[in-house]
Design a protein around this ligand. Structure first.
Ligand SMILES: NC(=O)c1ccc[n+]([C@@H]2O[C@H](COP(=O)([O-])OP(=O)(O)OC[C@H]3O[C@@H](n4cnc5c(N)ncnc54)[C@H](OP(=O)(O)O)[C@@H]3O)[C@@H](O)[C@H]2O)c1
Length: 332
């Protein structure tokens, strides 16, 4: 069986270009003992992949020039040579950016039996959802009555942060990059939402929704958003540093928040984290999420592009605000 895969052709400078990727078709062998052949049905594109395209260290491991890219994917087992899997099983892997592959069965995770479409395990019920859950509750320590601020609120992670915060009894102030996204985030339950592109100075804009300040900031964006959160933080406020998409394509890293010394006087904590930290909390996460879904407290959207050839463009659209909810590529 043949499979087309996408490889990194050049290390991007600034915003990646289509020419930084190349396509190759490979012949797959039959699965050896302990292996299975899987056809991907959906693959994920995620902002963190941008850092993996650079030379130098990355917290997940960098991409290599001329080698296929990797990332989250869900697919169906076509042929198995391992007793733990059967043809037809739905599995999650880290072998996206390709149509099909042969891998060790232990590198595949059978999708949980939850009443949700398989691709949800790449979004709300997968890595982005777990990032939101762990970052908000375990790093940000959000609790009932807190004022939670979240940027990138119409994205895969941010939209889950908004809804978990509401389910926990918090007030939520949020930002997104278009008026349509702002309306969607309000429908998810956020109390006050700004369009950060048209709102003017962000500290002033967010302050209108949080007159007494904020207790928790979940940062997906960095830059001016982070400075606004520091300025608005109450005594003992927490910042859960999840990502900084506003600077991922910067040729040289910009200086950090100019007002960081306010953290001192406010006894504020700013803590970075990666989702891997919460691996042991997966059952707790899925159990809470199932309940919130059943109670109508957890909703999601997907932006889906069709075909492997669209994967580079789907990835680039993350930096242009092209997605509402999770950005996915449908394969097959
Ligand atoms: N720490 C971890 O383990 C971990 C795990 C997953 C994700 N993350 C991070 O979490 C963040 C969100 O990831 P995601 O998967 O949920 O992506 P996403 O929000 O679904 O997609 C990216 C969104 O970022 C916004 N954006 C792009 N450029 C921006 C800019 N210059 N300023 C402000 N917003 C901008 C766009 O929305 P607008 O239209 O609103 O601009 C875009 O739709 C990223 O920083 C990612 O790296 C971290």
């Amino acid at each position: 069986m043949k499979s087309t895969e996408i490889r990194l052709k050049n290390r991007p400078v600034g915003l990646p270009k289509a020419s930084d990727f190349e396509f190759a078709t490979v012949e797959l062998s039959d699965p050896a003992p302990g292996e299975a052949l899987v056809r991907n049905t959906y693959m994920s594109v995620d902002p963190y992949m941008r850092g993996r395209m650079n030379a130098g260290p990355s917290y997940i491991g960098g991409f290599e020039i001329g080698k296929p890219l990797t990332g989250g994917a869900v697919g169906q087992v076509v042929k198995s040579n391992d007793p733990s899997l059967q043809a037809g099983d739905l599995v999650e892997s880290f072998l996206g950016w390709r149509e099909a592959f042969v891998a060790k069965a232990k590198a595949l995770t059978k999708l949980p039996q939850l009443n949700a479409p398989p691709q949800t395990f790449l979004g709300t019920l997968g890595m982005p959802g777990m990032t939101a859950y762990g970052g908000l509750l375990h790093v940000g320590e959000a609790k009932a009555g807190d004022v939670v601020m979240v940027s990138g609120a119409a994205g895969a992670v941010g939209s889950v942060v908004v809804q978990i915060a509401k389910a926990k009894g918090c007030t939520v102030i949020a930002s997104a990059g278009t008026d349509a996204k702002v309306e969607w985030v309000k429908r998810l339950g956020a109390d006050y939402v700004i369009n950060y592109k048209t709102a003017g100075a962000l500290t002033t804009a967010f302050a209108k929704g949080a007159a007494d300040g904020i207790d928790v900031y979940f940062d997906n964006v960095g830059g001016e958003h982070l400075e606004a959160a520091i300025a608005l933080g109450k005594l003992n406020a927490r910042i859960a540093l999840c990502g900084g998409i506003s600077i991922y394509n910067a040729a040289a890293p910009p200086p950090g928040p100019r007002n960081y010394l306010m953290l001192v006087g406010k006894n504020m904590r700013m803590e970075g984290f990666t989702v891997a930290r919460f691996a042991s909390k997966r059952d707790e996460f899925l159990s809470d999420m199932s309940q919130w879904i059943a109670q109508g407290k957890m909703k999601w959207e997907e932006t889906v592009m069709n075909g492997l050839d669209q994967a580079p463009e789907a990835f680039l659209q993350l930096f242009k605000g092209g997605n509402t909810g999770k950005m996915l590529v449908k394969l097959g």
